[in-house]
Write a protein of this length. Structure first.
Length: 143
């Protein structure tokens, strides 16, 4: 139950457990397990990391361990037309920030997802620049 990988970046060759140094190939198969050759009935070929299904839909990454779950493209097909004008699949990362907040995650997420509260809660600062009634949504040209 050790964390094998975390953060961001890429893993190009293998995954090594920081606890016992068991080594896994990128397909999840066990390729080295120090001292396990001294045990009875240990079969490296039968040991694999759990499979994680990873798919990209319109620029968003979806991960599941449920092999039977419908694909994001199938499950979210009704949204294709709605988000098409935004060109989300062409977005590129321009900035990353990491913050630690001592708060309820749902409150924090919802607070940053909606601007309806800005003219009221932040009326003397940023709220003055966000007149909700005159807000328009940017759309890509040619669509």
């Amino acid at each position: 139950m050790m964390t094998l990988l975390e953060g961001k970046g890429s893993c190009r060759r293998r995954i090594v457990c920081p606890y016992h140094a068991w080594t896994y190939d990128l397909d999840g198969s066990l390729i080295a397990a120090k001292h396990m050759d001294q045990t009875n009935r240990f079969d490296m070929a039968k040991i694999k990391l759990p499979k994680v299904r990873c798919e990209v839909w319109n620029g968003w990454i979806y991960i599941t361990m449920n092999a039977k779950a419908p694909t994001p493209a199938k499950k979210l097909a009704a949204l294709d037309k709605i988000i098409a004008d935004y060109g989300a699949g062409d977005y590129v990362e321009v900035d990353t920030q990491e913050h630690v907040w001592q708060t309820n995650w749902k409150l924090l997420t919802e607070n940053f997802m909606e601007g309806y509260h800005l003219p009221v809660t932040h009326r003397k600062t940023v709220g003055a620049y966000f007149p909700v009634g005159r807000h328009t949504v940017w759309r890509r040209r040619g669509r």
